[in-house]
Design a protein. Structure first.
Length: 147
């Protein structure tokens, strides 16, 4: 199936303009919005679905465990939210998922290295990894055709 033919799409909610980012802002992306026009969209924010507040302390994955910058272990909330988001996409029949880059939940190809120093490493966030394991086709905004 070509990307353009997908009719049901899961999307990181912040890309659609939802203010669910850790800072309280969004990652609204016009390319994503144009691509989603006329399609059924299922917005998900795994961190909010895991019960975390907005705004919240930023988190990174360190040695496989999600920790926030205050040194608190938030791994359970991230994994619970990722599972809930995946269930929603599977239930809704999502054919592909568009994910916000570099997030400890939604990042697909790169994530921060866990030191809170801005260094990126190859890897996926908790939700992106789960969605790929479940066989969902995952993309970043730059992979979309520029309509
Ligand atoms: S968890 Fe995903 S959807 Fe939620 S704010 Fe972070 S990148 Fe966006």
């Amino acid at each position: 199936m070509s990307i353009r033919d997908a009719k049901v799409i899961g999307v990181s909610a912040c890309l659609l303009g939802a203010r669910c980012k850790y800072s309280g802002g969004s990652n609204r992306n016009e390319r994503v919005l144009r691509f989603c026009g006329g399609k059924r969209v299922i917005p998900v924010c795994p961190e909010v679905m895991g019960g975390l507040p907005t705004p919240r302390i930023p988190s990174e994955i360190a040695g496989g465990t999600v920790m926030n910058r205050a040194g608190e272990n938030v791994d359970d909330a991230f994994r619970r939210g990722a599972r809930a988001a995946l269930d929603e996409l599977l239930k809704g029949g999502a054919e592909l998922v568009i994910l916000q880059p570099r997030s400890p939940s939604c990042g697909l190809r790169q994530i921060y290295d866990g030191s809170f120093s801005g260094r990126l490493i190859p890897g996926a966030g908790v939700f992106a990894a789960l969605a790929q394991e479940a066989g969902l086709r995952c993309l970043e905004p730059e992979d979309l055709p520029d309509l």
